[in-house]
Design a protein around this ligand. Structure first.
Ligand SMILES: Nc1ncnc2c1ncn2[C@@H]1O[C@H](COP(=O)(O)OP(=O)(O)OP(=O)(O)O)[C@@H](O)[C@H]1O
Ligand SMILES: [Mg+2]
Length: 446
C-alpha cells in the first residue's frame, strides 16, 4: 500500500516521504515541512490514532488522512474528534484518494488558527463564539465523507446546518434529499427509502425510485432520526453496513454511495443507554456529532438575527424596514426562547405584520412563555424610542413643529395600540379630552 501510494502520488506531482512505522513517520514530520500525512491505523506498537494525536499536538494545522482496513466506526469517530482531515476505508478507488489529497492540500493553504473563517452559508446568521465554532466545524467536515449527527433543541437551525454541509461538500451538485423518519410508516419503510418495482405489492402501481436512490451520490438528510423504531433502525443499519440495497421486488442490487447527515432533538446517547436506540447504528451516524446551542446560550446573536428577520419580513410584507424600540429590544434580550431561532423569527414576523408605525413596540411582540425581567418599567411607560431616532442635525433640519407633530402622531398611535383601539381609553391614557383626541386623529388622518 505504501509503495502503491507513493508511486501514485509522485505521478500526480507530489514529493513523497515514506515510513514503515509511526516513530519514523514522526521523525520525518519533524524534520520536513509536510503538507499532508497519510497514515494507516493498525501498525503494531503505536497506532495511527496515537500518531494523529502527536502530530496534531506539534502541527495543529497539518492535515492528516487516516486509512483503515477495518471499517470500524468507533475508530472513525476518534479520528475525526482528534482532528483528522478525513478517513478512508480500504479498499478505495484511486479517484477517491486523489480527490481527498487535493482537497486536503487546498484546505491547508488557508491555514491559520481558525482554519476557515468564511461563513459557510448566507442563511445561517450568527457571530457569537458558539456559532463561529459551528461555522468552522462545517467548513472542516463538509469536504469529508464522514456521516454527521446534528442534535439540539427544536428551532436551533439543524436543518440549515445540514444543508450548509451539503452545499459545501464535493457532492454539492448532486441531490440533498430530506427524509423525515417519523413520517414514514414502518410497513412502507423499505418501499419509501429504497423504492419498489411495479406490482411488487398491492398499491405498487408503478416503479418507484426510493429516497435513498434519489440521494445516491449525494446527501440523505435523516431528520428526526431519534424517532426510528427498533425495526426501522435495524433495516437502516443493514443497508449502511452492506453499502447496497435492493428495490422492493427487484433482484438488481444498487451500490450505495450516500453521505448521511441526521438530526434529532433527542439525546441519542441517552436513548442508546436506555436501550431505545441501537448503539451500532448510533456510531455509524454520529461519526461527527454537532451540537446546536440553544439561542438562550448565545443571546449575543439576537440583535443580528432581529435585523436579518426585520429585513426579510419587510420585503415579504412589502413594508418599509422597521426597527425595534429600545424597550422592545430589551424585552427580546431578556427572553429565554424555548422555541429558539424559529420562535424569534415568528415574533419578528408578527411584529412586522401587526405594527402600524415603523417602530415596533413591545406590545407588538408576542412571546410564548412569560419570562420577562420583573422589576423593569411597567407596560404603560412610553418607550424611549417614541421620541424618535434622530440625530441633532436631523432634529434641527426638521424643525420644532414637524418633530412635535411627528411625536404627537406616534403617541396617539401608541395609545390606541395599548388600549386595543378604544378612543375613549386612549384619550384617558393621554390625559386629554375625548373631543380633543378625536380632533387630533382627524388632523393626522389616523
Ligand atoms: N442561525 C440562524 N439564522 C437564520 N435563521 C435561522 C437560524 N437558525 C434557525 N433559523 C430559522 O429558524 C427556523 C428553524 O430552523 P431549522 O428548521 O433549521 O431548525 P431545526 O433545528 O431543524 O428545528 P426542528 O428540530 O424543530 O426541526 C427556520 O426558519 C430557519 O430558517
Ligand atoms: Mg428540523
Amino acid at each position: 500500500m505504501r509503495e502503491f501510494l507513493s508511486i501514485l502520488l509522485e505521478k500526480e506531482g507530489h514529493q513523497i516521504f515514506t515510513a514503515g512505522d509511526p516513530q519514523r513517520g514522526l521523525e520525518i514530520a519533524k524534520s520536513h515541512n509536510l503538507d499532508l500525512v497519510i497514515t494507516d491505523i493498525r501498525m503494531g506498537e503505536m497506532s495511527g490514532l496515537d500518531l494523529l494525536k502527536e502530530l496534531k499536538d506539534i502541527f495543529p494545522d497539518l492535515p492528516v488522512l487516516i486509512i483503515t482496513a477495518f471499517a470500524s466506526p468507533e475508530d472513525a469517530v476518534i479520528a475525526m474528534k482528534n482532528g483528522a482531515f478525513d478517513y478512508l476505508t480500504k479498499p478505495f478507488k484511486v479517484d477517491e484518494i486523489t480527490a481527498i489529497v487535493n482537497s486536503a492540500l487546498g484546505a491547508s493553504g488557508t491555514s491559520g488558527v481558525m482554519a476557515n473563517q468564511q461563513t459557510p452559508s448566507n442563511d445561517i446568521i450568527g457571530e457569537s463564539p458558539e456559532m463561529l465554532k459551528i461555522f468552522d466545524l462545517i467548513n472542516r467536515i463538509a469536504p469529508t465523507h464522514a456521516n454527521v449527527l446534528i442534535y439540539g433543541e427544536s428551532g436551533t437551525g439543524k436543518e440549515l446546518v445540514a444543508k450548509a454541509i451539503h452545499d459545501n461538500s464535493k457532492v454539492a451538485s448532486n441531490e440533498f434529499v430530506p427524509i423525515t423518519c417519523n413520517a414514514i410508516p414502518e410497513t412502507l419503510f423499505e418501499s419509501e427509502l429504497f423504492g419498489h418495482v411495479k406490482g411488487s405489492f398491492t398499491g405498487a402501481t408503478s416503479n418507484k425510485i426510493g429516497l435513498f436512490g434519489q440521494a445516491n451520490n449525494g446527501t440523505a438528510f435523516l431528520d428526526e432520526v431519534g424517532e426510528l423504531t427498533p425495526l426501522t433502525q435495524t433495516k437502516l443499519l443493514r443497508v449502511l453496513q452492506e453499502r447496497e440495497f435492493k428495490r422492493v421486488g427487484d433482484t438488481q442490487i444498487t451500490k450505495i454511495n450516500v453521505r448521511i447527515i441526521s438530526a434529532t432533538n433527542r439525546n441519542l446517547e441517552e436513548e442508546v443507554v436506555n436501550g431505545n436506540f441501537r448503539e451500532d447504528l448510533f456510531y455509524r451516524l454520529a461519526v461527527v456529532p454537532i451540537r446546536m446551542p440553544p439561542l438562550r446560550e448565545r443571546k449575543g446573536d439576537v440583535p443580528l438575527l432581529v435585523d436579518f428577520f426585520l429585513n426579510k419580513y419587510a420585503k415579504i410584507f412589502d413594508k418599509d424596514v422597521m426597527e425595534l424600540s429600545s424597550y422592545a429590544m430589551e424585552v427580546l434580550m431578556d427572553y429565554d426562547y424555548p422555541g429558539n431561532v424559529r420562535e424569534l423569527e415568528n415574533i419578528i414576523e408578527r411584529g412586522v405584520a401587526l405594527s402600524t408605525s415603523n417602530i415596533i413596540l413591545p406590545e407588538s411582540l408576542t412571546l410564548s412563555s412569560h419570562k420577562k425581567k420583573s422589576s423593569r418599567k411597567s407596560h404603560d411607560d412610553i418607550p424611549e424610542n417614541l421620541i424618535g431616532v434622530h440625530s441633532q442635525e436631523e432634529l434641527f433640519e426638521e424643525g420644532l413643529e414637524k418633530i412635535l407633530s411627528g411625536f404627537e402622531k406616534k403617541l396617539l398611535t401608541c395609545a390606541l395600540e395599548k388600549t386595543n383601539y378604544s378612543k375613549m381609553r386612549a384619550a384617558d391614557l393621554l390625559k386629554i379630552s375625548f373631543r380633543s383626541f378625536r380632533y387630533k386623529l382627524k388632523k393626522y388622518n389616523l
